[in-house]
Write a protein that binds this ligand. Structure first.
Ligand code: PEP
Ligand code: MG
Length: 325
């Protein structure tokens, strides 16, 4: 199988009727980066910066963060890297920091909520990213945004760091793009307003669907009530894609479902054009795309959105089997 995927590595991820899909990989450590060339991914669609903070015994210093981001950008060469700022809290805690126990950590003090309450964390991270991106395009993604105002507050902390670097006469990034993770249902209703200040959005389908279904996927008593291919989920994705398109915004998806062939097939049918996944999934997903007819799948998922099955998985599987996808 590895050899089979190596042969398609340099072929385009294009449907039979010519729709091009950008396939990106998720990463978080320097040792993930060789997979960029091996998988033929178009870039890193989600770089989880919290991993560097979680594996150490102390908080990484500014100089360590800068060196690390520089190493990542160097190893990516000309390919884009989207750095997600610290997504801590929930199930991700720092072993060296004092952490208050919360009744509902998934709904608690996490990600951008921490960043806005402890702005030094985000400002230092932005400072390191700006320094490491001198002369390059810097892409920053803010996690777990619930309100447009939160995104704007995060963005203005980053803008202050850009201004600081300018006043210090530092060499600047060629361009700074700031995007938001769509993981909280409330934000999906605010896309037109969000797109006035966000350069792009990335759907974090794991969190987004867990809040949409009100289900903890790690709890076996209820996990079956969470299905990526439920008609409500597909309708939600369709609405996000349409709303982003109307606002002229770019939307990608970086949750687990991006790497599952049937799920990715449905997303492509709904109009998603950029998927980010673990590098091992790029080959199988590209194989699926190259045997897919976009016109057919888009008509079919449109019809599926009107059904009431708990999961549309078996219908999508039958669609794929009939057409040799
Ligand atoms: C998600 O929620 O889908 C996501 C990509 O974020 P995490 O790092 O929490 O998986
Ligand atoms: Mg998430």
């Amino acid at each position: 199988r590895a050899a089979q995927f190596a042969t398609i590595r340099d072929l385009p991820a294009e449907t039979k009727d010519g729709v091009h899909i950008r396939l990106m990989m998720n990463a978080g450590l320097a040792l993930d980066m060789p997979h960029l060339a091996e998988s033929g991914a178009d870039g890193v669609g989600l770089f989880r910066t919290e991993l560097q903070f979680m594996i150490g015994e102390t908080m990484p210093r500014l100089s360590d963060q800068t060196a690390f981001y520089r190493e990542i950008l160097d190893s990516a060469g000309d390919k884009p890297v989207v750095f997600r700022t610290l997504d801590l809290g929930g199930d991700k805690v720092l072993p060296y920091a004092r952490w208050e126990r919360e009744e509902n950590p998934a709904l608690g003090w996490r990600a951008i909520r921490i960043a806005l309450d402890r702005p030094a964390l985000l400002r230092y991270q932005a400072r390191a990213l700006i320094k490491a991106s001198a002369g390059k395009v810097l892409r920053i993604l803010l996690p777990m945004v619930s309100h447009v105002a939160e995104f704007n507050a995060g963005r203005s902390l980053i803008d202050r760091e850009i201004e600081r670097a300018r006043l210090l006469g530092q060499r600047q990034p060629r361009q700074v793009l700031v995007g938001a993770m769509l993981e909280v249902p409330a934000l999906t209703f605010m896309l037109p307003q969000l797109m006035r200040s966000a350069d792009f959005v990335s759907i974090g389908s794991n969190d987004l669907l867990s809040f949409t279904f009100a289900v903890d996927r790690t709890n076996p008593r209820v996990s079956k009530r969470y299905d990526f291919l439920n008609p409500a989920a597909l309708t939600l994705f369709r609405q996000i894609v349409q709303s982003a398109a109307e606002s002229g915004g770019e939307v990608s998806l970086c949750g687990e479902m991006a790497g599952k062939p049937l799920d990715a097939m449905a997303l492509i049918g709904l109009g998603v054009r950029t998927l980010s996944m673990s590098p091992g999934h790029i080959g199988p997903i590209k194989t699926m795309i190259r045997s897919l007819n976009y016109g057919e799948i888009s008509q079919y998922v449109e019809k599926l959105c009107g059904r009431t099955d708990h999961s549309l998985r078996s219908r999508l599987a039958a669609f794929a089997a009939e057409r040799g996808v």
